[in-house]
Design a protein around this ligand. Structure first.
Ligand SMILES: Cc1cc2nc3c(=O)[nH]c(=O)nc-3n(C[C@H](O)[C@H](O)[C@H](O)COP(=O)(O)OP(=O)(O)OC[C@H]3O[C@@H](n4cnc5c(N)ncnc54)[C@H](O)[C@@H]3O)c2cc1C
Length: 229
């Protein structure tokens, strides 16, 4: 099937929020956390890459992605060059990086565009009765805190949702958390090991955090993760 670009908006330096639609479908059905594969011809070769859906399932066939332009990358620059109305090939949503049922107290850890599946999950599942959920979100600079206003609004709306952004290279005006996500795990968990953990981002972060959690006594089954590279 095809995906047609509706619009792409720059939300941080080198990062865009893409709105697509799947014109052949009345409705795109997926579980929050799943990804779609997009394909296109780059320099005469067909390239396919996976992208987590960043929006909640809706009544229609629109869906949103959050992408960074990988310098010297093959496909992400191609997507950044698409004009509204252009189409790319798309596979049906796939993946097992979804929330466990029943939803329990959870810690979501993202770096960079690894925030995408969590935006979908949180927009779908947060309500006044949901369990306690902490979103620990690591980026380098304040300007890279993707969807910050949305997560801040959710944390005001739902007292059991904590939004913990942390900057690895904070500017002088930053008064919030600093350092890598790893530094904030003990405080986020508060000594508990009965919490479900979800990790999304580049391999280095995911592997390191899994290692730390294992050292804290977490079982492998309690940790779900998606590696982007
Ligand atoms: C299940 C899954 C979901 C994904 N979801 C997203 C998403 O929501 N948003 C997104 O931007 N990417 C996502 N990715 C990564 C995406 O599939 C591509 O790898 C990325 O766009 C780079 O492709 P490229 O062809 O431009 O680079 P390539 O020519 O393939 O070069 C790959 C290089 O880029 C690095 N890289 C890969 N992903 C990233 C990234 N996000 N940030 C920085 N460096 C990266 C790799 O380490 C590698 O060195 C996802 C990957 C997987 C497996």
């Amino acid at each position: 099937m095809r995906a047609r670009l509706i619009e792409a908006v720059e939300i941080a330096p080198g990062v865009r929020h893409f709105v697509f639609e799947a014109p052949e479908l009345p409705r795109l059905s997926f579980t929050p956390g799943q990804f779609v594969s997009l394909s296109g011809a780059v320099d005469g070769k067909t390239i396919t890459r996976a992208y987590s859906i960043a929006s909640p399932p809706s009544a229609g066939n629109r869906f949103e992605l959050c992408l960074n332009r990988v310098d010297l990358g093959t496909f992400s620059p191609h997507l950044f060059d698409l004009a509204p109305g252009a189409t790319v090939e798309m596979g049906a949503p796939l993946g097992t990086f979804t929330l466990r049922e029943p939803l329990r107290d959870s810690l979501l850890v993202a770096t960079g565009t690894g925030i995408a599946p969590f935006r979908s999950m949180l927009m779908t599942r947060l309500n006044l009765d949901s369990p306690a959920i902490t979103l620990l979100f690591g980026v380098r600079h304040e300007s890279h805190l993707l969807y910050r206003e949305e997560f801040e609004a959710l944390s005001r709306q739902y007292p059991q949702f904590r939004f913990w952004p942390t900057l690895s290279q904070p500017g002088p005006g930053w008064k919030g958390r600093a350092g890598r996500v790893q530094a904030h795990l003990p405080e986020a968990l508060g000594g508990r090991t009965d919490i479900d953990i979800y990790l999304c981002g580049l391999q280095a972060m995911v592997d390191e955090v899994r290692q730390v959690l294992k050292g804290m006594g977490f079982d492998r089954k309690q940790i779900r993760y998606e590696k982007y590279d």
